[in-house]
Design a protein around this ligand. Structure first.
Ligand code: GDP
Ligand code: ZN
Length: 358
């Protein structure tokens, strides 16, 4: 009888994948190095870390087997390629590098777009004054996040983060370069820390960009079973906003929650001071949301123009001239008024240009 086993792909290594078995085999074997059968290859499906698979042709002595089936995925992240992610942790620091609120919004929106719960971590909490950290935690609460301040160097908040993450599932960590993601992963994942040894932070980043993603078990919080797996990868470093401007509001929790209780007067409301808007203008991310929205709208317009260039032109006496989308005309008038509102109310925050790193 052919013996088949189920397991989870925890790493890809050249043409092999390492599968953690749901139940240990003879002699307590927990992992098998598996090849992929051509049948799977022909179906066009690429196995990713985080995939649940079935293996057969098991050679317990050599610790080898072959993947014969892939279970349906719940979710698939493309950068990094990780299937079945159940939580995303966004890490930023207040200083070194200075927190850029717009960049943080982009990271949060990208994380929210996965549809799984998002945790927000303020790293290097040992550096800024405690009041600054507290003020930011309160500010982030109005954005809809119970953020956690941590310091990998001093140890603050690490056990709290471990407890928050100690639930079954796969966790992906993302955030700008240099905010302390590798240090945090090393503090949380003893198996990873062992492998990295005494390599400096800078080299660890290089290592991340050259290696495949791998899942490491989170050492459990006291009294909890070891269930969470964390992807050893800094995740998406260049956050992309959604292509559809209408989808942006659902990626801002404070907007999502308000709109679940109350609707704006117009269904295509931009929540930027529009008449009858349920959000009004008195919310912390009003200007930041506006900035993200304008960027998404411009990208959508650009995409529309490049799909059908002729649609953007109209015949005039002297030849062709650009045609203004009636919706856009409305947007641009509103926008100039909002700009004044924002300047007058002091909401227009000093924002640095969009993220250009890595
Ligand atoms: P990554 O690029 O996000 O992975 O960041 P690293 O973990 O490589 O850290 C970048 C730099 O920040 C390194 O020089 C770390 O020593 C430093 N760093 C990381 N965590 C902390 C912390 O909790 N406190 C302080 N003061 N520095 C930290
Ligand atoms: Zn609105």
């Amino acid at each position: 009888m052919v013996e088949r086993r189920h397991g989870l792909v925890v790493a890809l290594q050249a043409n092999f994948c390492r599968v953690a078995l749901d139940a240990p085999g003879p002699g307590g074997i927990k992992h098998l190095l598996c090849t992929r059968r051509t049948r799977l290859g022909k179906s066009g499906l690429q196995i990713c870390v985080g995939d649940r698979v079935e293996v057969d042709g098991i050679d317990w002595v050599a610790g080898r087997a072959a993947v014969v089936a892939l279970e349906p995925r719940q979710t698939l992240l493309t950068r990094p390629a990780v299937a079945n992610v159940s939580r995303v942790v966004v890490v930023v620091s207040l200083v070194e590098p200075t927190l850029d609120p717009l960049q943080l919004c982009r990271f949060l929106a990208t994380a929210e777009a996965t549809g799984v719960p998002v945790e927000l971590v303020l790293a290097k909490a040992d550096l800024p004054p405690a009041e600054t950290v507290q003020a930011w935690l309160e500010r982030l609460e109005t954005w809809g996040y119970a953020a956690l301040a941590v310091s990998s160097h001093r140890g603050d908040g690490l056990e709290c983060l471990r407890a928050r993450l100690s639930q079954p599932g796969i966790v992906v960590v993302c955030g700008p370069s240099g905010v302390g993601k590798s240090s945090l992963l090393n503090a949380l994942l003893p198996a990873l820390a062992l492998r990295v040894g005494s390599v400096s932070g800078r080299l660890q980043r290089g290592r991340h960009t050259t290696r495949h993603v791998e899942l490491f078990p989170l050492a459990p919080a006291p009294g909890q079973a070891e269930l969470a797996l964390i992807a050893d990868s800094p995740g998406f470093n260049r956050p992309e906003l959604p292509a559809d401007p209408q989808a942006l509001a659902s990626l801002f929790p404070e907007l999502r929650w308000r709109l679940a209780q109350q609707s704006c007067r117009f269904s295509n409301c931009r929540h930027q001071g529009d008449p009858g808007c349920a959000m009004g203008t008195d919310w912390d991310r009003y200007a930041l949301y506006g900035q993200c929205l304008r960027e998404v709208e411009q990208a959508a317009l650009h995409a529309q123009r490049s799909r059908s260039p002729a649609a953007g032109l109209r015949q005039r006496a002297g030849g062709l001239e650009p045609r203004l989308d009636p919706g856009l005309r409305r947007f641009s008038r509103r926008r100039s008024r909002q700009q004044l509102d924002a300047d007058g109310s002091g909401l227009g925050e000093a924002l640095s240009p969009p993220d250009r790193e890595d």
